[in-house]
Design a protein around this ligand. Structure first.
Ligand code: C2E
Ligand code: MG
Ligand code: MG
Length: 693
């Protein structure tokens, strides 16, 4: 089959054209030729067709072969041109070859035309292929560059050194950091320095680890832009090694993930925070509890968990409506957070239940914090100018004493909180006594009830001595249980149980009865002493207490001023309104009132001033150590001063040695109690002690 060939023959000689066509046919082509004999013809032919080859007669003068070549170039035609010349046209031929013609033939050797055309076509084909390849390569390169320049990611190459000193960065560095690539590359610490100070150490350590272990570097961290904006980067890089296999460069890609991080944060807020108060919710508390428990186990330290539940909140909701109920919850949340000095610490578990974790805290710290929380709720919440009282009950459980698992701890802190509700006094630290289903508790409760009825309880008395002249002013009644099997049981082991088990009214009744009777008998012996009795929170909420005491004093014939009642700050704060009412009535009847264990709670003296108390008993925990603890002695001294300024008598408990006794005298304290003077003793021994004193 002959090869088709579209060609253009520039000659003004028809016979020459025919000769060329005939020769091509002979060489195996099927030529389809257009003959042009002037420049216009040439231009028309070029415009109209797909010409593969041009044969130019050197004899043509318009256009001349040189002119023809320049017209072809003008039309960006890049096929082969063969010039046909006479032997004598040598100079012209050389010029034409310089100007881009591919080959030339003399008319006399036309037989070579076929092979010349074949060679020229192949060469042109090869040239075109190379050009095409080159163009494709260029295009690809441009597309890639555009990609690198335009994708919202930064590509970089840096040295595998501790600074990640930059070698190359793509132009996105400008959008990402505000620095141009040139500025970025000028400083070998630009990367390290742009990392957020809080993340820097972690990121550099991770980079070093990956380099040393030959692993890809993959890290998310915060950076600070030139304008000081904080953004999140995700950085993925691989190390390129040198000839010896040592990491030399890090090549990687950085994507700005700030938006994703913000979305994560929103989701986190929804999952872990309470919408009404903005406080951490139950899920977050549980997560933290697990984490802190693990940490406490490793460090061998304690962990306290507090659970606070508002009292009568349902009533608030029912009377004021749930919208106002929500307001109360918000105000409570705010006060509790303020009280512990951190917005993120108190969690709202559900409804009116709040919780607080104290890593490293024991029961003592738990009690102190609980007192602070209760104090924060002592003032009523104002709703539409209406004061709403919000008392609360608090339970405390401590790991590892009350459980090492989160579940156990949560169950037990709940039991402690419920026990606090029943007792009407907070906080209650978990003990088996809190568990209503603990069979042991029921047995002990039954025993205690019988003990009260059958006079198994006894009172010991500890004298209270005047610091100025050493005169005995009175005695404090401290109850003990003479258990048939266990012997003498101290009050700390059963008072809590009596409060929670509904026996405290009977117990206090028994103690009052006996103490008043004993005091009266001292009087009959000729000793004018007062007697002090301790009250529980529940007693203060008993509306009959004041009447009962008045009747008792009357029937025994003891002047009311001879009886002192001791109550703790937390007992008052458990239900401040009702406590205040009871205290007013007791005061009216002439009984003296004292604040016991002062300093362990958080009530201010200003608050106490509103109560009709006449005596302040500084807690023994400050007094016991004050002779060799400067801080404690300062607390005792300033408490004494403040107490006096409020017109109160100041008594120090827990005086164990002479230096303490002397110091208290210098501080101006009025009276003291403690092992140094006398331990609590049975009533019968007191008379003998008083004689010898
Ligand atoms: P409290 O009212 O603060 O009584 C003082 C406690 O400190 C007594 O412990 C007493 O024995 C102890 N104490 C006195 N001087 C010293 C001293 O120099 N050093 C040391 N280390 N301790 C000293 P007790 O008798 O075990 O009573 C403990 C608590 O039990 C009392 O603390 C009181 O809150 C409560 N309690 C005792 N009797 C009754 C009661 O009849 N009714 C109620 N509701 N609670 C009572
Ligand atoms: Mg007391
Ligand atoms: Mg005390």
């Amino acid at each position: 089959m002959d090869t088709p060939l579209h060609l253009l023959i520039a000659t003004d000689s028809e016979s020459s054209a025919d000769a060329l066509l005939a020769e091509l046919r002979r060489a195996g082509y099927a030529p389809d030729g257009t003959r042009v004999e002037d420049e216009d013809g040439l231009r028309n032919a070029l415009a109209s067709g797909s010409i593969e080859l041009v044969l130019a007669d050197a004899a043509l003068t318009d256009p001349s072969p040189l002119r023809l070549l320049s017209v072809l170039e003008e039309h960006a035609w890049d096929g082969p041109v063969i010039v046909l010349a006479q032997e004598s046209d040598e100079a012209l031929v050389v010029a034409a070859l310089h100007a881009g013609a591919g080959d030339y033939l003399t008319w006399g050797r036309l037989a070579r035309l076929g092979s010349a055309v074949g060679r020229e076509l192949r060469a042109a084909h090869g040239r075109r292929r190379r050009e095409e390849a080159e163009r494709a390569r260029k295009e690809a390169e441009e597309r890639y560059q555009a990609l690198v320049d335009e994708i919202p990611a930064l590509t970089y190459i840096s040295w595998a050194d501790p600074f990640g000193s930059p070698v190359y960065v793509s132009p996105q560095i400008k959008t990402l950091t505000g620095y141009t690539p040139a500025e970025w590359l000028a400083d070998r610490e630009s990367w390290v320095r742009s990392i957020h100070p809080e993340d820097r150490e972690r990121v550099v350590a991770e980079l070093t680890r990956c380099r040393e272990q030959g692993q890809p570097f993959s890290c998310e961290y915060r950076t600070v832009t030139r304008e000081g904006r904080v953004t999140w980067w995700r950085d993925d890089g691989r190390f390129l090694t040198d000839g010896d296999g040592r990491p030399q460069f890090l090549r990687g890609l950085i994507v700005d993930v700030t938006e994703r991080k913000q979305a994560d944060e929103t989701i986190r807020r929804l999952m872990y925070y309470d919408a009404l108060t903005g406080l951490p919710n139950r899920s977050l508390l549980l997560e933290r509890l697990q984490k802190e428990l693990a940490e406490s186990r490793t460090l061998g330290r304690a962990l306290a968990l507090l659970l606070l539940d508002l009292d009568h909140f349902r009533q608030v909701n029912n009377t004021l409506g749930s919208e106002n109920g929500d307001r109360v919850i918000q105000e409570v949340a705010r006060r509790l957070s303020d009280a512990v000095g951190g917005a993120d610490q108190v969690a709202r578990l559900r409804g009116d239940e709040f919780a607080l974790l104290l890593p490293g805290g024991d029961a003592t710290l738990g009690r102190q914090v609980a007192a602070r929380l209760l104090k924060a709720l002592a003032q009523p919440v104002m709703i539409h100018r209406l004061p709403v009282e919000v008392g609360a009950s608090i339970g405390i459980a401590v790991a590892p004493d009350h459980g090492e698992e989160g579940e156990t701890l949560l169950r037990r802190v709940d039991l402690a909180m419920q026990a606090a509700k029943r007792a009407g006094e907070s906080p209650v630290v978990y003990s088996s006594a809190c568990d209503p289903y603990d069979p042991h508790r029921l047995v002990v409760l039954g025993e205690l009830r019988r003990a009260i009825e059958s006079d198994q309880l006894v009172l010991h008395y500890q004298p209270k001595v005047d610091l100025k002249d050493g005169k005995v002013l009175g005695a404090e009644a401290l109850v003990r249980w003479r258990h048939p099997k266990q012997g003498i049981v101290p009050p700390d082991r059963f008072i809590g149980l009596a409060e929670q088990g509904g026996l405290i009214k009977a117990l206090t009744g028994w103690v009052l009865d006996r103490a008043v009777a004993d005091c009266r008998s001292w009087e009959l012996e000729g000793r004018t002493l007062s007697v002090a009795v301790n009250l529980s929170a529940r007693n203060l909420q008993d509306p009959q207490l004041a009447d009962h005491i008045a009747a008792l004093l009357e029937s025994r014939g003891l002047p009311p001023g001879r009886l002192e009642l001791e109550l703790t700050e937390s007992a008052v704060l458990a239900d401040p309104r009702r406590a205040a009412e009871t205290l007013e009535r007791l005061d009216d009847s002439g009984v003296a009132l004292a604040i016991d264990d002062f300093g362990t709670g958080y009530s201010s003296l200003a608050y106490l001033r509103k109560l009709p108390v006449s005596q302040l008993k500084i807690d023994k925990s400050f007094v016991m150590a004050m002779s060799n603890n400067h801080e404690d002695s300062m607390i005792v001294r300033s408490t004494a001063d403040l107490g006096h300024n409020l017109g109160l008598t100041v008594v120090a408990e827990g005086v164990e040695d002479k230096p303490t006794w002397d110091m208290l005298g210098q501080f101006g304290c009025d009276a003291a109690q403690g092992y140094y003077m006398a331990r609590p003793m049975p009533g019968a021994e007191l008379s003998a002690w008083l004689r010898d004193h």
